[in-house]
Design a protein around this ligand. Structure first.
Ligand code: ADP
Ligand code: MG
Length: 150
């Protein structure tokens, strides 16, 4: 599935669609260059679920947890991960044992310890617009893709 996203607001809307289509336990990989709109997508996702506060990039903290109506959502950014082994200390496995949603920016920097994606999203620059390409890698992922298709 591929979709052209003309503005930052449209990227937030796309994140919101994913949130509505999402399952209780879903792992999203968000791939693409710096400034391509990964965090903007996550902001739309969290706001759609009812998060009122700011959504800051977890570039330095590696992870930012959110609890919305009892549902845990973890926003990761592995950009500054020095060594994938650091993920062991983050207790990622514990996050996955719960019913939690994980959105992971720069998942490739955590390999081979990055949890496998249900949905993989690639974003590329097309001048001001962005191209989103999305793949489902599990039953949950396929269902989310079908629900997000326009
Ligand atoms: P990343 O997390 O991928 O590094 P951010 O979401 O932090 O990127 O930043 C993307 C920047 O690009 C924001 O300042 C956003 O307003 C801007 N932007 C401009 N056009 C778009 C678009 N079509 N989609 C997403 N972001 C856009
Ligand atoms: Mg970011």
């Amino acid at each position: 599935m591929a979709q052209l996203i003309p503005t930052a607001a449209a990227m937030e809307n796309f994140g919101a669609q994913l949130a509505y289509a999402c399952d209780l336990r879903t792992i999203f990989h968000l791939c693409g260059d710096l400034g391509v709109g990964k965090t903007t997508l996550v902001r739309g996702f969290l706001r759609a679920l009812g998060h009122k506060g700011i959504v800051k990039s977890p570039t330095y903290t590696l992870v930012e947890p959110y609890q919305i109506d009892g549902q845990m959502i973890y926003h990761f950014d592995y950009y500054r991960l020095g060594d994938p082994e650091e993920l062991e200390y983050l207790g990622i496995r514990d996050y996955l044992e719960e019913n939690s949603i994980c959105l992971i920016e720069w998942p490739e920097k955590g390999e081979p310890l990055t949890p496998a994606a249900d949905v993989q999203i690639h974003i590329t620059h097309h001048a001001e617009a962005r191209l989103i390409e999305m793949q489902g890698h599990s039953t949950i992922g396929q269902a989310i893709l079908e629900r997000t298709m326009l």
